[in-house]
Design a protein around this ligand. Structure first.
Ligand code: NA7
Length: 549
């Protein structure tokens, strides 16, 4: 127990609550490393995880075709060379089962399981100003008291199901991709409808198209998807991976998006002669990963002319793969730039629409009017279905935290505060909520503009260092001042809003209001190096601009 927790409030009897130094909420990629790091630092930690297993999104998203879209060897932990060397990856883009196995391996290797309460959802966390501690309640009825609480609850974990009229009347099976059952599901011979053509919907559609009797795809916004190249990883690849750790770790942490490409920094659009631009994009396209998003031209994220050029390049790629020009016209985006929304990877998605058993319904032309016992009504048509799959995404950035009743100084509710004014300091703390930390939260690159294991590594380390600082100095609490938070938000808005991604209001990178209107831009677009420098400055200055008690 830490020295600070010895000063418990009079009202707390030891029989009332378990006492630890820190509570970690979530046992996904972030939570696992957060727990490991805090244990390494000598804290007593309790982790709560709502799921019955380890893995976070890699536990929940076990839908057909689920696969990571960060390429080998970048989607893994960066904290241990030994762990890195044990990596036994089989594909360049591993599937969900392989990543779930990896995360379970990490938990067992470092004997973390005994610190984790599975099947236990945190429902509330209340700060006590007098003691500088948090009381964390769970749905199992227990209360744990801790100096620090860290929400590693994931930026994309609270599913969104559209409130279509009558959806509860459907007599067949319905699934949301991120709450997929563990029991095997057999779709052969079934008439299946899929809502959503984001990264998830694309994976589901291309996987089910050859299996089902009939597939109806309900599309609202067409995507610019990149054709994936996903070869097997062989022994030589793994051997090369093992020799690359140190150099790669340094480079990846300085990179813009959490990947390192074996190529010079991209040139600006105007610096590439017009007759060489297409050739440049062809060469990047053949990589079959997300590189086209970040490396086409140095300025493609802010220069509309460059973005238009890349967009047309991808449109041509899509059109070339679809036989029916009318179907192609529906699948090709025309009203936003490539890269101004999350870019999905695909593997046969477009060819799915050349199949007799696959039908595309453009919801912009014929919106959903209702769902009934036997299927979905759009426009004047009825679609008979046995199964509806909702690949409709998440309450991004805030959903998983807002589900918990978090009360800070003076009993202020974080959920209510964020309803009117969403703000964080470097995406990891919030003024008014001392000793509370979070990863993958709004206004950091980790809000999904970065290869997650890289950004989460940096965030978990910053949080652990900050907690270490408070403990070393014998302080009770730390929180950013209101001015520090306002300054971070002003910086975020200044660097993120002017980008093409910032200007596209039709994307989950922006929080949606209760009225469906697009609100704050969640993703920090200033790049990982700038972000890391800002965090490091806070740490090395002894948390200048923070308040202590
Ligand atoms: P996304 O990318 O948020 O995609 C959700 C999809 O669902 C998208 O095509 C949406 O259309 C569609 N959607 C959402 N609501 C509706 C309604 N009401 N009607 C019809 N269609 C709807 O989530 P994913 O799970 O695919 O991917 C999330 C991230 O996980 C991904 O970016 C990777 O980082 C991994 P819209 O585009 O909003 O018109």
């Amino acid at each position: 127990m830490s020295a600070h927790l010895a000063e418990r409030p009079q009202t707390l009897r030891s029989a009332d609550a378990q006492i630890v130094d820190a509570v970690v909420v979530g046992a996904g990629l972030g939570g696992i490393y957060q727990l490991y790091r805090l244990l390494q630092d000598g804290l007593k930690v309790r982790t709560f995880e709502a799921a019955d297993g380890i893995g976070g999104v890699w536990y929940w998203n076990r839908y057909p075709g689920a696969r990571v879209d960060s390429h080998f060897p970048f989607y893994q932990y960066w904290f241990s060379k030994e762990l890195w060397d044990e990596g036994a990856w089989s594909e360049r883009f591993p599937g969900q089962p392989e990543i779930e196995r990896y995360l379970n391996h990490v938990v067992d290797k470092y004997d973390l399981r005994r610190h984790i309460s599975l099947g236990t959802r945190v429902t509330a966390a209340t700060y006590n100003e007098e003691t500088g501690t948090w009381s964390v309640s769970t749905d199992k009825g227990g209360v744990v008291r801790a100096r620090f609480v860290v929400f590693n609850t994931g930026g994309l974990s609270e599913p969104m199901v559209p409130p279509f009229p009558g959806h509860e009347l459907f007599a067949g099976e319905s699934y949301h991709t991120s709450r997929w059952p563990k029991a095997a599901t057999d779709f052969s011979g079934k008439r299946v409808g899929v809502f959503g053509t984001g990264a998830t919907g694309i994976q589901v559609i291309q996987t089910l198209a050859p299996i089902v009797a009939h597939l109806t795809v309900f599309q609202r916004t067409p995507q610019y998807a990149i054709a994936i190249r996903n070869p097997q990883i062989d022994k030589q690849d793994l051997a090369r991976m093992r020799t690359s750790f140190e150099g790669l770790r340094e480079k990846v942490h300085k990179s813009r998006g959490g990947f390192v490409y074996d190529s010079p920094s991209p040139p600006r659009f105007e610096d590439v002669p017009p007759d060489q631009r297409e050739q440049r994009l062809e060469s990047i396209w053949s990589d079959g990963n997300l590189r086209l998003w970040s490396e086409s031209f140095a300025d493609s994220g802010v220069n509309a002319e460059a973005a238009a050029f890349v967009s047309e390049f991808v449109r041509k790629k899509i059109r070339a793969r679809i036989r029916d020009a009318r179907v192609a016209a529906k699948l090709v985006p025309t009203d936003y730039y490539f890269g101004s929304r999350r870019v999905p990877l695909e593997n046969g998605f477009y060819e799915s629409f050349n199949r007799e058993n696959v039908e595309l319904v453009d919801l912009r032309e014929e919106p959903v009017t209702s769902i009934d016992a036997t299927g979905i009504n759009t426009g004047t048509r009825h679609h008979d279905l046995d199964t509806i799959i909702y690949a409709t995404g998440f309450d991004a950035g805030v959903g998983s935290i807002n589900k918990i009743d978090i009360r800070g100084i003076g009993g202020a509710s974080l959920r209510s505060l964020w309803q009117t004014s969403l703000s964080t300091t470097v995406g990891m703390q919030v003024h008014g909520f001392p000793n509370l930390f979070m990863t993958m939260a709004p206004f950091a690159p980790a809000a999904a503009i970065c290869n997650v294991p890289v950004c989460v590594d940096q965030q978990c380390n910053w949080i652990a260092d900050t907690i270490g600082f408070v403990r070393e100095k014998g302080l009770k609490s730390i929180q950013p001042s209101a001015e520090t938070e306002a300054a971070w938000m002003a910086h975020h808005n200044a660097v993120s809003e002017p980008t093409l991604l910032g200007q596209n209001r039709n994307s989950w990178y922006r929080r949606k209001g209760p009225d469906g209107a697009s609100r704050e831009l969640l993703a920090y677009m200033g790049g990982i190096p700038t972000y890391r420098a800002a965090c490091e400055k806070m740490r090395s200055s002894g948390y200048e601009g923070f308040e202590f008690s």
